[in-house]
Design a protein around this ligand. Structure first.
Ligand code: PFF
Length: 449
């Protein structure tokens, strides 16, 4: 008890959900999800994605929250406390490393949101056709150091919030801004779905062609599910450790998964109808979102203002995610290595900046920062999302299902018997058998491809 009161924590129930949803909802939903869906056969990907989210996302998320709250510690410390003198803390170390890698490339795209705020304020999209928009986008990539500059500013912003601690920083910002983002996305979705030719986009998004489901689609959907829900690297172990003993972990997991999935779907409803309407290839990858969105605003009354608000909110959504990425690293450095929280933040930010700049510079068209058919940016994304997160996820469910065990799990999800938790047995069954098996099968099918 005494130990708990020394740690920072979330103040209210809505604060926890907002912070965890803030971690989950970000560029993964609005930027990465449409890219992955476009490159992996459209609706077939969506179908697998939804199955992953429901059957794996909820149990893995609950497992992380249970480990965090039970262990009352960071991603590494929680395993050390719950399984002393074992090899389990390796899962935590892997998570810290993964958080660091994701932050390094995620901050590149986060930086773009700042560039696009400036572009929208200066009305630079006005009247541009697709070709001009695409040209601008690739010109921007070729200005490698400008990308690095925005990335540095974004890392600084993240550091600033984490510096201030959990309740003052993370919770306060997340609580207000997430609902505003939802409203603007709904408005955008309606506009996009009513553009001429939008129907083809909706068909692409919702009508699955089962022959498109391959090993690559499976592993991409798995990686995207973990990435989007912030699972597999201890972000929610860390946040779980800040949740009070009388909060309901199961309902928190359900709310976060539901809101995250809703936002990803909305992003799909925004991007694909518009992309088909404007003739943008759904496999356009990085340009898909950054070119499509301003073009929708060009077709809207008050588009100038909406566009500014959109990119500001996108930046904030990215920020609430990078905060959780940095928090994993900082909580580890300060609690395990006893580096003062403030210094730990500075240290992590500088290291991310150094490594992250390679990710940014590797996106120039004539880059030498590429090997094996992938840029440094793509490698960081691939290794973290498609390998480390699923691996972390499988070890996390195995830990809760078999090492922590039934009685500790039930005790944690029922708040020591105070809550009913009717689904606890089903969820434990999934955690023990279904989730590990499914993750391993998908993982192997992806490798065999
Ligand atoms: N879930 C975030 C997104 O969808 O943008 C990205 C992310 C944040 C991944 C935190 C992992 C994480 F621990």
């Amino acid at each position: 008890m005494e130990e708990k009161s020394k740690r920072d924590g979330f103040g209210s129930k809505i604060g926890i959900i907002a912070a965890a949803a803030g971690s989950a909802i970000g560029l993964g939903n609005i930027y990465r999800f449409p890219c992955e869906l476009g490159n992996n056969g459209g609706a077939a990907f969506l179908l697998v994605y939804l199955i992953v989210v429901v059957f794996l996302g909820i149990p893995v998320m609950l497992s992380e929250l249970v480990i965090g709250r039970r262990g009352q510690s960071n991603a590494v410390g929680a395993f050390k406390k719950l399984a002393p003198k074992s090899a389990w803390p390796i899962v935590g170390y892997m998570g810290v490393l993964c958080g660091f890698i994701i932050f390094a490339f995620y901050s590149t795209i986060s930086g773009w949101t700042l560039e696009y705020i400036v572009k929208s304020v200066s009305n630079s999209f006005q009247g541009k056709d697709l070709a001009a928009m695409e040209q601008d986008f690739s010109n921007f990539h070729d200005m490698g150091w400008r990308n690095v500059m925005w990335q540095a500013i974004f890392i600084f912003l993240t550091g600033f919030v984490v510096f201030k601690g959990v309740q003052n920083g993370i919770e306060r910002y997340a609580k207000i801004l997430m609902p505003v983002l939802l409203v603007i996305l709904v408005i955008l979705g309606i506009r996009s779905a009513t553009l001429p030719g939008a129907k083809d986009g909706l068909v692409f998004l919702f009508k699955p062609d089962f022959s498109k489901i391959t090993g690559k689609v499976l592993i991409s959907a798995l990686g995207q599910g973990f990435f989007s829900l912030s699972l597999g690297m201890g972000a929610l172990i860390t946040y779980g450790s800040y949740i009070k003993k009388d909060d309901n972990l199961t309902s928190t997991a359900f709310s976060v998964v539901l809101s995250d999935t809703l936002i990803a779907l909305l992003a799909g409803i925004i991007i694909f109808p518009a992309a088909f309407s404007f003739g943008i290839n759904p496999q356009a990858g990085m340009g898909l979102v950054f070119n499509t969105i301003p073009m929708i605003f060009n077709q809207m009354m008050g588009g100038y203002w909406f566009c500014i608000i959109f990119f500001v909110l996108l930046a904030i959504a990215a920020l609430t995610s990078t905060i959780s990425l940095l928090e994993v690293v900082v909580a580890y450095l300060s609690e395990e290595l006893h580096i003062k929280r403030q210094w730990a933040t500075v240290l992590a930010c500088v290291a991310t900046m150094l490594i992250g700049s390679f990710a940014s510079l590797s996106l120039k068209s004539n880059t030498s920062l590429a090997f094996g058919g992938r840029t440094v940016f793509d490698w960081m994304d691939f290794i973290s999302s498609n390998i480390l997160l699923p691996l972390g996820g499988v070890l996390i469910v195995l830990f809760v299902g078999w090492k922590l065990g039934k009685s500790h799990f039930f005790d944690e999800v029922t708040n020591s018997g105070k809550l009913k938790s009717p689904l606890k047995r089903v969820i434990l069954f999934i955690i023990r058998y279904l989730a590990p098996l499914a993750i391993i099968v998908i993982f192997i099918s992806g490798l065999i491809k």
